[in-house]
Design a protein around this ligand. Structure first.
Ligand SMILES: *Cc1c(COP(=O)(O)O)cnc(C)c1O
Length: 355
């Protein structure tokens, strides 16, 4: 705290990301990164990059990346917005659509950055309780609102909603923006992108950080009606004209265009997820049905905090939220099969899990 701080920053509650360890030798299952490297096409772009280009500013409109995304999702470029990671896209979304008097609806447990943005922009967040086993019931969102946001699949719960449930919500809620954060959708859930042409208040947000192995490049995007995208452009161009650098733009396009690598790596993560779920069950864990690249799991008798510390001692990092309601769960990223075998073998040795 300093006397030089403005009142605005005094009251901020910043997001705390999962740890990025400085040392090697750690099995990192705490921030839902992809265990596979990016597509070899990304490597090729970087190897062949002409550094003389870096003298110039990158394309402020990110036209080629927007075109590649529009082609991929069968949209036009006016329906696509790109930003420096989907976190930045989300920040602009809150500013553009949710900064208004009525409360923003979101699930009680969801991506915790949403509340950080509410705090930043003075938005009143209305948390909607979850149902049995952290299921979202969108019928609970039929109340007055200044907007609705949820992640699908949700984080940290890993559960997905069906497309018809989302469409039913859009049929009822036509006066405010509905944002579906699909950071994990490629791991087995249904995307709402197909609804964009019918619902002008739907914004779908995705990222290259999880299913495309590019968390280090910071590329996220939003898709929706051209007028929504225009709103986001207004915020972006009042903040930073060049949020995506040349390397990010070129590598994202290369990753998007390597469909076979994308299909193979996501399929392998899904298979490893199912294997890990079954192995954890043998050890007495109950995992929620996951459509993501992570598991949200709790043990029948041993507290999650104890297991998190035990794994940490064994150099395996998993995510633990010390928050009432979810404080007996571990969120475990699905790594390679080998990493998950190490996780299971380590848990098998845990004295607190011996029966
Ligand atoms: C990881 C994640 C993001 C942020 O992704 P970036 O594109 O890396 O900023 C957004 N929403 C959810 C739900 C996430 O899990």
């Amino acid at each position: 705290m300093s006397k030089y701080w403005s009142d605005a920053i005094r009251n901020l509650v910043p997001y705390v990301p999962g740890e990025q360890p400085k040392l090697g030798g750690i099995t990192k299952l705490n921030t839902n990164e992809n265990p596979f490297p990016p597509s070899p096409a990304v490597n090729q772009v970087l190897q062949q990059f002409d550094t003389d280009r870096l003298r110039l500013y990158p394309d402020p409109d990110c036209s080629k990346l927007k075109q590649a995304l529009a082609d991929y999702y069968n949209l036009n470029t006016a329906q696509v917005f790109v930003g420096n990671g989907s976190d930045e896209v989300l920040a602009h979304t809150f500013m553009a659509f949710f900064r208004q008097p009525k409360p923003l609806l979101m699930p009680e447990f969801t991506y915790s950055f949403y509340q950080v943005y509410c705090n930043l922009y003075d938005i009143d967040a209305h948390l909607i309780p979850l149902q049995e086993k952290f299921a979202i019931d969108l019928d609970d969102y039929s109340i007055e609102n200044g907007g609705i946001i949820f992640a699908n699949p949700n984080a940290p719960t890993s559960r997905a909603l069906s497309l018809d449930k989302i469409e039913q919500l859009l049929q009822r809620n036509t006066e405010t923006v509905v944002v579906v954060d699909e950071a994990y959708v490629d791991f087995g859930a249904e995307s709402a992108v197909s609804l964009i042409n019918r619902y002008p208040n739907l914004l779908v947000v995705q990222t290259f950080s999880k299913s495309r192995s590019l968390a280090g490049m910071r590329v996220g995007y939003a898709m929706g009606d051209a007028e929504l995208i225009n709103g986001l452009e207004r915020v972006k161009n009042s903040f930073n004209s060049y949020p995506l650098d040349m390397l990010a733009l070129d590598t994202a396009i290369a990753a998007l265009q390597d469909e076979s690598y994308f299909t193979a790596t996501t399929a392998e993560i899904i298979a490893t997820r199912e294997w890990t779920t079954a192995e954890l069950a043998k050890l007495g864990f109950d995992s929620l049905p996951s459509k993501t690249n992570f598991l949200f799991t709790s043990h029948a008798t041993t507290p999650a905090a104890v297991l998190m510390s035990y794994l940490r001692e064994a150099n395996i990092l998993v995510r633990y939220f010390n928050k009432p309601g979810i404080d007996n769960y571990l969120r475990i990223t699905v790594g390679t099969r080998q990493e998950m075998e190490l996780l299971i073998a380590t848990l098998q040795q845990c004295p607190r899990l011996q029966t």
